[in-house]
Design a protein around this ligand. Structure first.
Ligand code: ADP
Ligand code: ZN
Ligand code: ZN
Length: 640
């Protein structure tokens, strides 16, 4: 008889011991009795004799080959340990959901690749070629391609991928969340036949996701493109990993298990002794620092392909709360007359849009989340952007009874409407989380945009993502101040990156222009934006970070305490702070910027450390067993 530890895809950090009459390979998927039912789990380890326990038997072995090899097992264990999360949750996020839902046999046997062809790409220019030659020769190495938008970064890594494919190897390309995937499919399928490209994103059916995933793991498909969870795929035969738009926040998972796929991509590249390529026009300050310190290879591309100049930037002062000034409208008109698209960026998620009683100042907030509600005209209701709850509109103020209820702030919807009044005959579309819900709707807008059928596009951060939308001649940032509206030491970095990336959407074929509306003058950021000079900002920012011990000079762990009961949350936060102070340097406890979220009261403590492993070990050892929910966020990105 054999004993095995089985890990299930549930929120536990340990496995359960089962017996089996036959020997089973580690990493196999099995069905085992769990509670009253059977559950799919993974054979994690051989187990020692568990005397004194009545052991249950593994019910069946599901596949012919292990799902997890030793390298992936190590990665999952590292991830759970480093990010202070549960093994079971990492296992669950590491695979397409259906793997743990259906007992169907997975055909994981390695096979020959599908028949394919490769179209020749551009001949790389000298700048591109130098980067390509250098990365090509590398084994494990982290390579930052820091190049302005449209400088040919994508073309370089595609060429490296092409080489890999020709050598019979595979490639993994991590891309930011969903918005981008259709564009990546286009770019890749222009070069490689579809038979070897596997794309995985959240809008596929569970069955499609699984099929695409398997065809890559088996080796039928050679290129895997998709979002963060693909970092856990079997990397056998993979020759290069790309993390495109490495500054994108979607590489960090913001719910359990909280991990950063960019950092894990580097871990995996090291495991397989292959290069990883990070690309961005605005790398994170942490990545930039490692690159100038020589830990990463740094490649700069300062010129756009065909030497198209970067867009000219104009800064226009506006009144607080106003939408678009006359000059901006004039410029939009000129753009439309020139048969180009104008894009207007509005950042509605930064607490900017709210409903208030103009007599007593009563602010309409979400009862579950303590954040202001946003008015949505098309559904004629109030919506919370955090818990997605919707509320009816009040006719009178619930506090003073006044009927003078006003909408303040600027949202993309309001701008869209305003523009529709000014340009009634033009085709105006809005592109944000609210308007882009279905795949159909998304594809419709992207297609229209590519064909140049949209005159004005209004949108949120989503506008900053994406490749070549050559028809965009003008980008308007409707309100620069809105972009800082969040409590975060990275606020400037995020704002600048957003503006530079958005500006980069304009004038890919010929020089475009950017208008930045600001109510405050914009301060020093304006100079960096005008000169497209992210690097000077990064250098200045590093000095500040060093002063305060923020990343990359120190590491952070955020401890979040949540409870339905406010006193209990606060008490637990205080108790944890007392424990932490024994060994760590902390900020807080304080109320989270979003104090109430989905009916939970939230406190947080920020730990600043230079010895992250010592800190996480201390947390594992000393902070646990509380009745209230305690979450750890190691290397946090969001502070809400
Ligand atoms: P980035 O990834 O830096 O934004 P891309 O790789 O998408 O830039 O290149 C920008 C545009 O220039 C694309 O349309 C691309 O096809 C084109 N391009 C890239 N490299 C070359 C080259 N060597 N010769 C001609 N065109 C190129
Ligand atoms: Zn009132
Ligand atoms: Zn809410």
């Amino acid at each position: 008889m054999y004993l095995y530890k089985i890990v299930f895809p549930i929120a536990l950090n340990y496995g359960f011991i089962y017996k089996s009459d036959e020997k089973i390979e580690i990493g196999m998927r099995v069905l085992a009795p769990f509670g009253k039912k059977n559950k799919i789990g993974i054979v994690w380890d051989e187990a020692d004799n568990a005397e004194g326990f009545e052991l249950k038997s593994i019910k069946s072995i599901l596949d012919d080959y292990p799902l997890i090899d030793s390298k992936l097992k190590k990665t999952i264990e590292f991830c759970a340990s480093y990010y202070l999360t549960n093994l079971g949750l990492v296992v669950r996020s590491a695979f397409p959901k259906r793997i743990f839902e259906k007992e169907e046999l997975l055909d994981l046997k390695t096979t020959n690749p599908n028949i394919f062809s490769i179209n020749p790409g551009y001949t790389l220019n000298d700048e591109q070629r130098a980067v390509y030659e250098s990365i090509k020769q590398e084994n494990f190495s982290v390579n930052l391609i820091f190049g302005v938008t449209g400088s040919g970064k994508t073309e370089i890594y595609i060429k490296i991928i092409e080489d890999m494919i020709k050598q019979g190897r595979k490639a993994v390309v991590l891309v930011p969340e969903i918005v981008l995937t259709p564009q990546y499919i286009d770019i890749f399928s222009n070069r490689f036949s579809k038979e070897i490209i596997s794309v995985i994103h959240s809008r596929l059916t569970p069955k499609n996701k699984l099929d695409n995933w398997i065809s890559f793991v088996k080796g039928e498909k050679l290129i895997l493109i998709g979002t963060r969870s693909l970092v856990f795929t079997d990397f056998k035969d993979v020759g290069v990993i790309v993390v495109d738009e490495e500054n994108d926040e979607s590489y960090k998972q913001e719910n359990e298990p909280r991990y950063n796929a960019k950092d894990l991509a580097i871990y995996r590249a090291k495991q397989y002794d292959i290069p990883v390529i990070l690309c961005s026009a605005t790398p994170t300050i942490e990545t930039y620092y490692k690159a100038i310190e020589g830990k990463f290879n740094l490649f700069r591309l300062d010129k756009r392909i065909k030497n198209i100049a970067l867009p000219s930037v104009e800064v226009i002062g506006i009144e607080k709360g106003s939408l678009l000034c006359d000059y901006t409208i004039k410029k939009i008109k000129e753009t439309l007359d020139g048969k180009k698209t104008a894009a207007v960026l509005s950042n509605r998620r930064g607490f900017s849009n709210y409903i208030v009683c103009s007599d007593c100042g009563y602010l309409f907030v979400c009862p579950n989340c303590s954040v202001s509600l946003t008015y949505h005209k098309n559904t004629n209701d109030l919506k919370c952007h955090w818990c997605e709850a919707r509320f009816n509109i009040h006719k009178v103020c619930p506090k003073c009874g006044s009927p003078n209820i006003e909408e303040r702030g600027v949202g993309s919807q309001k701008i869209e409407e305003y523009l529709k009044k000014i340009f009634p005959d033009k085709d105006i579309e809005r592109f944000d989380r609210d308007s882009v819900l279905s795949k159909k709707e998304f594809d419709r807008i992207i297609d229209k945009l590519k064909d140049g059928r949209i005159d004005i596009l209004v949108g949120t951060q989503m506008l900053s993502k994406g490749h070549d939308i050559s028809k965009i001649g003008l980008v308007v940032v409707s309100n620069l101040e809105e972009l800082f509206g969040f409590p975060d030491f990275r606020a400037q970095e995020k704002a600048l990156s957003l503006v530079i990336q958005t500006a980069g959407r304009s004038g890919r074929q010929e020089k475009g222009s950017v208008i930045i509306q600001t109510a405050s003058g914009g301060g020093e950021l304006i100079e960096y934006i005008k000169n497209h000079d992210y690097e000077s900002f990064a250098k200045k920012e590093l000095i500040t970070r060093k002063q305060f011990g923020y990343p990359p000079f120190g590491r952070l762990v955020r401890v979040i305490i949540e409870s339905k009961n406010r006193q209990k949350a606060q008490k637990t936060a205080n108790e944890i702070a007392v424990i932490l102070k024994k060994s760590e340097s902390i900020l807080g406890p304080s109320e989270c910027p979003i104090f109430k979220l989905r009916n939970n009261y939230r406190y947080h403590i920020l730990i600043k450390t230079v010895k992250i492993l010592k800190t996480t070990a201390f947390l594992k050892e000393n902070v646990g067993g509380f009745k209230e929910k305690v979450h750890f966020d190691v290397d946090p990105i969001s502070f809400f």
